[in-house]
Design a protein around this ligand. Structure first.
Ligand SMILES: Nc1ncnc2c1ncn2[C@@H]1O[C@H](COP(=O)(O)OP(=O)(O)OP(=O)(O)O)[C@@H](O)[C@H]1O
Ligand SMILES: [Mg+2]
Length: 253
């Protein structure tokens, strides 16, 4: 059985999707099998991996509801990564789930028989029932934190939900690590935020820091991870290093 990682922060635009896509790409380059599960109705991981949302028949919605089997939903994207895409009807799923029995476990059940070394779940920017499905299905959580003012705001709420899930739905859930994103070495602010995050999370903070790098922002519009768009960029080197660090933490856990 592989390792399932939820990439989560209820704050919007902190680098969750960018991390999922590029971490997936470099874990794949390390010869691991990788499945990306897009549970965000925005579908940024789906389009960032080059899939047009208009042409999707089966999506995360169908596997969470148990209407479709995982194997029938998986798409192969250009670089050997597998993807369960999202689709426009995912937004309605939140409502559909409310009346279901065991509504927190839909994703967990769907992933139970999967055989990937790594499953990366791209969460929406909310602590919703979809996110709870991700936490119930995961072995660990990776929290991207943007190096900016108010970086720590909302994190206590996130950790509260994390603890709630651990004390009920999923006692085996771990905090894999906290990742600083969009770090700008030219500003003192980034350094200050880094220190604050380190004070708060200690050793849980990854040594790898993701720099602010325009190539990372450009890559999704080409439907490519940074490893294919510009593998010599600073952003690419950082995500390559992150993949190694994630793998080390997982094997030693
Ligand atoms: N290291 C980076 N350097 C420059 N731009 C970045 C970096 N990481 C992410 N971005 C850009 O910042 C924006 C937000 O990133 P991303 O979509 O990964 O965040 P998110 O947390 O998934 O957002 P949401 O909460 O809406 O799902 C995107 O336009 C992305 O291309
Ligand atoms: Mg996103």
């Amino acid at each position: 059985m592989g390792h399932v990682i939820a990439v989560l922060n209820q704050k919007g635009g902190v680098g969750k999707t960018t991390t999922v896509i590029n971490l997936a790409a470099y874990l794949k380059k390390m010869n691991r099998s990788v499945l990306v599960v897009d549970i965000d109705p925005q579908g940024n991981a789906t389009s960032g991996l080059g899939i047009d949302k208009k042409h999707i028949n089966a999506s995360t919605r169908e596997i969470i509801l148990g209407i479709n089997r995982l194997e029938h939903t998986i798409l192969q994207v250009n670089n050997g990564i597998h993807l369960v895409p999202t689709s426009q009807n995912l937004a309605a799923l939140e409502v559909e789930l409310v009346s279901l029995k065991e509504r927190e476990y839909g994703l967990r059940k769907a992933l139970e028989s999967s055989k990937y070394d790594y499953v990366l779940i791209d969460c929406p920017p909310s602590l919703s029932l979809l996110t709870i499905n991700a936490l119930a299905a995961s072995d660990s959580v990776l929290i991207p934190v943007q190096a900016e003012y108010y970086a720590l705001e909302g994190l206590s709420q996130l950790l509260e939900v994390f603890q709630l899930v651990r004390s009920g739905l999923n006692p085996d859930l771990n905090l894999l690590g906290v990742l600083l994103t969009m770090y700008d070495s030219r500003t003192g602010l980034s350094e200050q935020v880094k220190n604050e995050v380190k004070n708060y999370f200690g050793e849980k903070v990854f040594d790898t820091v993701i720099p602010r790098n325009v190539r990372l922002a450009e890559a999704p519009s080409h439907g490519k991870p940074i490893s294919e768009y510009d593998k010599w960029s600073k952003g690419a080197r950082a995500y390559k290093q992150l993949a190694k660090e994630v793998h080390q933490r997982v094997v030693s856990s």
